[in-house]
Design a protein around this ligand. Structure first.
Ligand code: HPA
Ligand code: ZN
Length: 368
């Protein structure tokens, strides 16, 4: 088995993926037509060409506007999971969605949540891939809207909804504004994460202290992105010591920033931070979970051994309960052992075929 095939076939989790950003251009165009939403272009090759991060945010919010009926939500969740299971052996995902983006066009929360759950269950039946949901605060709408959103999530609890997140433009909503929304979520037993320290924001806009505020003030058990943290060695050390997982995006919205992203991932790994390779907004950024692993592992020069360890250790960052986490870990270890038993073909990295016996079971991602 060659290096790229090994990385594609590796069993994976994805913990940072936005459902509105998972739609293939053809799906978004079709839903827009069905629901009378005007798009700036119906050319699938141009729909996801972004000028910058803010242009991307505009399009991802527009994508949400195209999803209206319960069947639309079910379709989006189903296509996200089944596509990733088929193309990159995704086994488990925790998926973001912004309830307030859909409410703008009059969709009520139970419609979206029950539609998504229907799609998750169908994907589980057809592809054996499991999904959970993370309602996410659009920080640009301010703390009051965020608190209202969390109250609604709590009022309509579903087992599949396991935590809350926060996204959008970071300097338009720094973490400390949202302490009350996160307190409400934690009191209701929801896990917490937030986007912080994105590398498309300056250090003034998204300073390293944002990561610490997310941990200390919001009670986040993991962080989405985190690259700007690298500017503060003392805070890097703290996050390393506390094994705070960073769900990093392999790809970014504009290709001119792609090398910076890979450089940052390299530096995070060198600093022994726990990283989990994720897709963020896969077709919008030209990736899928298999491609994300292939790109990052190639860029970081990881052996197949190290890549398999990363996939295994990423399970520690999930919000599964202990029983399900151990089950997923042993399923991954069995699959990896079977992959290891296949003969290696000659590739530049074929010397590094994984030895599953050497895979530790308790190590956080990125610490080997
Ligand atoms: N950052 C901020 N907001 C987002 C993102 C992201 O990576 N993806 C979708 N909305
Ligand atoms: Zn994101």
């Amino acid at each position: 088995m060659n290096y790229d095939t090994f990385l594609r076939d590796l069993p994976k989790v994805d913990l940072h993926c936005h459902l509105a950003g998972t739609m293939r251009p053809a799906t978004m165009i079709e839903l827009a037509q069905n629901n009378d939403v005007q798009l700036p272009t119906t050319d699938p090759d141009l729909l996801y060409a972004f000028d910058d991060f803010y242009d991307f945010l505009r399009v991802v919010r527009l994508a949400a506007e195209c999803v209206i009926t319960r069947a639309d939500f079910a379709r989006v969740a189903y296509e996200a999971l089944s596509g990733a299971a088929t193309s990159g052996n995704l086994r488990y995902a925790e998926l973001f969605f912004n309830p307030t983006d859909y409410q703008r066009q009059g969709v009520d929360y139970p419609t979206m949540i029950d539609g998504y759950i229907e799609g998750l269950r169908a994907a589980e039946t057809d592809h054996g891939v499991h999904g959970r949901l993370i309602p996410s605060i659009n920080r640009e709408l301010g703390p009051q809207v965020a608190e209202g959103m969390v109250r609604e999530v709590i009022a309509h609890r579903r087992d599949e909804v396991i935590g809350i997140g926060m996204d959008g433009s970071e300097h338009h909503g720094p973490p400390e504004q949202f302490t009350q929304a996160y307190r409400l979520a934690r009191q209701a037993g929801l896990h917490c994460t937030a986007h912080a320290c994105e590398d498309n924001q300056t250090l003034d806009q998204a300073p390293p202290s944002n990561v610490i505020d997310c941990v200390d003030k919001l009670g986040c058990s993991r962080i989405d992105h985190g690259y700007n943290l690298l500017a503060d060695a003392r805070l890097v050390q703290r996050c390393q010591r506390e094994h705070i997982p960073f769900t990093v995006g392999s790809h970014t919205c504009v290709s001119s920033r792609q090398q910076t992203r890979w450089d940052n991932l390299h530096r995070m790994r060198q600093a022994n931070l726990s990283i989990v390779i994720c897709t963020d907004d896969p077709p919008m950024f030209g990736t899928d979970i298999g491609q994300s692993y292939a790109s990052v592992c190639t860029q970081l020069n990881l052996t197949t051994d190290a890549a398999a360890q990363l996939a295994l250790d990423s399970i520690d960052a999930t919000w599964l309960d202990d029983t399900d986490r151990h089950r997923l870990r042993s399923e991954f270890a069995t699959t990896i052992a079977a992959m290891q038993n296949q003969p290696a073909q000659s590739t530049e990295r074929s010397d590094a075929v994984v030895d599953a016996n050497r895979l530790s079971t308790g190590q956080p991602a990125g610490t080997q």
